[in-house]
Structures are given as structure tokens and as C-alpha cells.
Design a protein around this ligand. Sequence first.
Ligand SMILES: Cc1ncc(COP(=O)(O)O)c(C=O)c1O
Length: 473
Amino acid sequence: MNLQEFRKYAHRFADWMADYYEKIEKYPVKSQVKPGEILSHLPDAPPQKGESTDQIFKDFNSLILPGMTHWQSPNYFAYFTANTSYPSVLAEMLTAAIAAQCMIWETSPAAAELEEKVMNWLKKMIGLPDCFEGVIQDTASTAFLVSLLTAREKYTGYSVNENGYSGNEKLRVYCSAETHSSIEKGVKIAGLGKNNIVKVEMDPALAIIPSRLREAIEKDLQNGLKPFCVVATLGTTGTLAIDPLHKIAVICDEYKLWLHVDAAFAGTALVLPENRWMTIGIDHVDSFVFNPHKWMFTNFDCSAYFVRDKEALIRTFEILPEYLKTKTRGEVNDYRDWGIQLGRRFRALKLWFVIRDYGVEGIAGKVDEHIELAKELAEKIKNTDGFVLFEPQHFNVICFRYQPDNTHSNEEINDLNQKLLQRLNESGKIYLTHTRINGLITLRMVIAQTYVEKRHVNKAWELIKEMADSLRI
Ligand SMILES: Cc1ncc(COP(=O)(O)O)c(C=O)c1O
């Protein structure tokens, strides 16, 4: 491809993108292909000779697109959203074109300084105290691993980094059974051993019971184990349960434990000051993560990680081979020392575009709209015979179960809900997922797609009722 062709196709692809968003509702939300179907249409050997962009683009439309699930469809209500927005997509185009590798300040000063600035903006936007410093990580999973490794080093006097494990650490991590699986993964990778995760008992709202946390810590101390880290979740993956941070923070303070807050999805709700009851106690938190790539209109990947002790973070991850020594070291932020990988994408640009395009008020307005849409639907579900709403219902996640009568066993009702979910998703009209609450299969709807409107939510609810009605046990 020469430059002239590049220009031609860039224009054509930009048109394709606008057309795609215009007609996105015409695609089945969840891809309807069967396992192996795409694979069977792709040649086993790579082409020996270059092919035309026309041909590649044609195959993209006919072979690849049917195998895509349309996460940006306003009829997408599954998992947590990975939403984006027009300004974010445009910024990513520029990032892809410049294709800078932003590992240190010198390899692109604007990337480092813009990251510093937008992280400070985000901090203000969600009401975090000034003592935190932010850095963009790829995902909340990585952010937790970074947090845990920092905690491990700080707690062991930076000895594991130097000498490896002595075998006597027995470091204990506390969270609830509803905590995201990335916590277990992080503990495994950090070499702590997943048997050192203590799942603290939860209340009926599926939030950690602080007194049970204290008991678990005391028990471990009596047994010669070393409590060192607690993970509080603001918005669990299953039901968006919110752990009582203010009470957990007091306990962490008392026992001198590292406190990580996982607000991967619900952190965006903090742009509305009325939701900051969730972060009372934040002054005692060591690290905090939320994903603008989930609900803040910034496309994947973009995870905002904030840490109180920046020096401990850098001391944990710092490396200094000869070729990375620069004159500006110490004067500027070299983000390669703020996380795991050396090479870094220029992720701050899309955040900058999004925040400037919407403005803080625009972002808050949209978030509020999503929460209101969810509250309205939750109310309808609650008042509809045959449906049971899980409460407390937080923000824009709704968990509910179809239970036409009380004459059937839990297993039968579980099967019925699974069947309903499958039919809804196979219809291609909407896409939602499920969770399991106390053993019961529960449908779960997340209203966070950037361009979702009331009409989409209403239509989804009508479809759910209609399909539920047509099912028989
Ligand atoms: C509460 C919570 N924490 C962490 C994660 C992991 O997010 P990521 O995909 O950014 O690693 C998720 C993913 O959905 C989540 O729901």
C-alpha cells in the first residue's frame, strides 16, 4: 500500500465507521456463529504474495464481521460494558497513526505530561484526595497485580524483589466471595498462593461484614499468619454490591494493612457527588482503580490506577538498563517504572478527547441518565408478576429472576431462566448475561452503553416479558 492508497482507504474506512454506528442496531447484538465457523473459512497458510486492500476489506465484511459481537450496540446489556464514544474512536485513530511507544518521557514528552494531567483531572472528577497519584494501566487486573506487588514489597522491606520468597511470608489477603476473579489471579501470579486468600462473610446485600473481617484477621494472627492486604470492591461484578469502605478502612488502619479498592465499573458513578458515600474512608486507602474503558466512554483499554505511596510503587518496579538512562530522570514521570510492562501505548489521548468533548458535566449527565433508566426499569420489574428483582439494586445494574409461580423447585426455575437467557440472546435483538445469587440463576442487565436510550430499554423489557410468557416449565 502506498501513501496515496492509504489516504483513499482511510477516507473509505472513516465512512465505514460512521455507517457502522448508524446501522449498528441492524446486526445481531451477540454474534450468532458456531464454534470453529470463522476458523473454517480462513486459509491455513498465510498468503505468499500481498493481496489488495479491496479483497481484504471484502473478507473483513463477509468473514469477520459476522463473528463479532456488537459491544457498542445500544441493545447491549451484557457483562459490564466496554463502552466507547465518537471522540474516543477519533483519538484512537490518531494514536494508531502516530504509533508512538511511550515508555519514558523522552520517547514522547506529550504522552507523559498529558497522562499526568488527565489523571489529575480524573482524580478531581471522581473526588479522590490530592494525596493520590495516577497512572494509566491496561486493565483493572493489571492494576491489582501492581498494587499487590507494591504492597508485598513494602510489607517485606523490599526483600522479595531482592531475594525471592523465604518461604515464611504467609501473607494473607482478605476479600469477599463476590470479589472479582482477577484478585485470585493476582495473588497467584504474585506468588502468595491462592490458599492465602480469606473470603470474608457477606451480608444479604453481598457486601463484606466488617466484624467478620476483624475476626478473620484476629484468627490469622493467633495462628502465626501475616495479614497484609484487604480488597474492598465498590460495585461487584455479580450484583454491583458495595463493600462498606468506611468501616473496612478503620480496620485496615488499626492493623496496618494495605487497602486496595476495586471500583472497576462503578467508579465512574463517582462523577456524581451524591454517590461519594461509597468512598467515605478513602483517606485510608492505599490504591484505587476504576476503568474509564467500562463506563466512561473511553474505548478499551484504559484503566485508571491511583496510588498513595508513589515512591513505594516506583521502588517496586524500577529498572535502569543503560539504554534507558536519560538526563531528565527524576525531573519527569517515566511511566515504565509505574507498572509491569516497559512499552506503553499512548492511552491518555483518548481520555483527553473524551473529557474535553463531553466536559465533566456532559459525562456526569450521561452517567445520571443511565442510572435513571435502570431505576425506572427496576421499578417495573419489581411491579411485574412473575419477576423477582434482587435488592438492593445499585446504579445501572439490574439483577432479576423469572419465577412464574412458587410451585417449582429452584433447579426448575434455574433451568427456566437459563432457557430464557439463551432465547433472548439467540434472538440477536438484545444481549444480556447472568449471575448466580445464593445458588439461584439470575438474569443481569447493565444499562451503560454510550448511546442507549429509553426506547432501547423499554423494547428490551417488552421482549423479556414476551419471551418469558412463551416459556413453559
Ligand atoms: C469488579 C471488577 N474488577 C475487576 C475487573 C477486571 O477488569 P479488567 O478487564 O480491566 O481486568 C472486572 C471485570 O469486569 C470487574 O468487574
